[in-house]
Design a binder for this molecule. Sequence first.
Ligand code: NAD
Length: 282
Amino acid sequence: MTNPFLHDFTDKVVAVTGAGGVLCSDFAKAFAKAGAKVALLDLNEEAAQGYADEIVAAGGVAKAYKCNVLDKESIEAAKAGIDADLGTVDILVNGAGGNNARATTDNEFHEANMPEGTKSFFDLDQSGVEFVFNLNFLGTLLPTQVFAKDMVGRDGANIINISSMNAFTPLTKIPAYSGAKSAISNFTQWLAVHFSKAGIRCNAIAPGFLVSNQNRDLLFESDHETLKPRGQKIINNTPMGRFGESEELLGGLMFLADDKAASFVNGVVLPIDGGFSAYSGV
Ligand code: NAD
């Protein structure tokens, strides 16, 4: 009997978008460690290159590609490079995503007589909202269009999207990011159904609260140690009473990507959240 928990991605080619970032660089490293040839795609080529160098130095196979997930030509150029350097992509991780301050309100609740200069819901910038929707939703759809074409009928091919806690219940202040991640969960189910007869599975992970570049300033004071009230609220609402480590996403990610372990798992959004999404707060 094969142990489904010993993941072996030898000879698989894995493309990870947003791989210059905190979480997806760890995803890339984990796949490389499990034997995959990994393509690290990011708008920030230098960051992706740095992580690819780390993987290669550790004995893995990896290459970095500059890629804008909002520009089909750029994605197609990266794909052509990957096809030539590493081979056809078997697994796509749509990791590029994030929020933007222009689509974030200052307050959790609308109140009368807010101080002058408070950014209320009425002040949200249309271009900021569009930026967030595009980056998260289109930034998942376009790479899927480009890479899934060659995944059709390919043994073990699958796609992993990155959703979020706010997809289940929106978080205060970030309506665009919440809506966009909700769209990612929905799109994950849509893709799972659409490709179900073409041999491509599609699933998502929904990370709970982890500290990363994009949320550090929202959670901590400038000393990076003292929790802001919002950070404390998150801890209070996470039954396990702590933030997660990005390493704790890897088990779920590898499970979903592994066709031996998850051959009949299709269209799920797996929360990895210390119980946050299960807790009503009471
Ligand atoms: P990060 O900001 O560290 O990394 C995001 C990466 O995406 C960056 O390297 C950035 O250069 C790249 N990127 C941005 N725009 C791009 C574009 N147009 N084309 C290509 N690359 C682009 O973020 P992270 O914390 O590692 O998050 C990774 C994913 O996980 C995101 O989808 C995020 O929304 C999601 N997520 C994060 C958390 C968390 O707590 N960190 C929680 C839930 C979900």
